[in-house]
Write a protein that binds this ligand. Structure first.
Ligand SMILES: *Cc1c(COP(=O)(O)O)cnc(C)c1O
Length: 213
């Protein structure tokens, strides 16, 4: 049994089927991804639009039920391409992006889903909405822009206990009745499952450590 199949099973049983495995394929080649598709895995994440464009259009053509998530920052000059390629954009992290996304979605019949990235650790170098501004931003996206916001995502600071961050994200999602919570990576996905993650984003626990990324 492959590592992805094993992880899928352990995540399902730990979470009572509430959490899904999102396989993070940044820096991985098409040749590495194909066997995962062949064994039935369909949910994947990439953090760079350009890199995703070099791999996923052909794969999606062959496997139309792939669910591809953008989990890295989105520059507005790549927005059109990102909307066309991805099924979920997890990294809505500023008003300018939200406004341009809303505008683009008016011109397409693409059924895109969006999550808002929350900078739960309030780290200056990290993208995401400051927790104190999260409620107002979520409401703005939903009510003023009619963006299809389905959930929240966060990347906790490396040096802190992730539980506090997952709890905060969960609380915000509950307040706004958002069903999806993308949280937890290779090192902390067990904790994220305990806090109600609906997606855990896992790369290195599957593929080994990356050279970059
Ligand atoms: C790379 C990445 C992951 C996967 O991290 P691992 O520690 O390799 O599991 C998850 N989320 C985001 C946003 C990433 O960029």
């Amino acid at each position: 049994m492959s590592i992805v199949t094993k992880l899928t099973q352990s995540i399902s049983s730990l979470s009572k089927n509430r959490t899904q495995l999102l396989v993070v394929t940044k820096t991985q080649s098409i040749e590495t991804i194909e066997p995962l598709l062949a064994e039935g895995h369909r949910i994947f994440g990439e953090n760079r639009v350009q890199e995703a464009l070099s791999k996923w259009p052909s794969l999606k053509h062959r496997y139309p039920d792939i669910e591809l998530h953008l989990i890295g920052p989105l520059q507005t000059n790549k927005l059109k391409q990102a909307v066309a390629l991805f099924d979920v954009i997890e990294t809505v992290d500023r008003a300018e992006l939200a406004e341009k996304l809303a505008k683009e979605l008016k011109h397409t019949d693409k059924k895109l889903r969006c999550y808002i990235q929350i900078n739960t650790g309030e780290e200056p170098q990290k993208a995401g909405i400051h927790p104190s501004e999260a409620s107002a931003f979520i409401t703005y996206c939903q009510e003023e822009l009619s963006l299809p916001i389905e959930g929240l995502m966060c990347i906790p600071p490396v040096s802190e206990d992730p539980a506090l961050h997952f709890a905060l994200l969960k609380k915000l999602a509950l307040q706004h009745h958002l069903p999806q919570l993308s949280m937890g990576m290779s090192n902390d996905y067990m904790t994220a499952i305990q806090f109600g993650a609906t997606y855990v984003r896992i790369g290195s626990a599957i593929f080994g450590e990356r050279m970059r990324g």
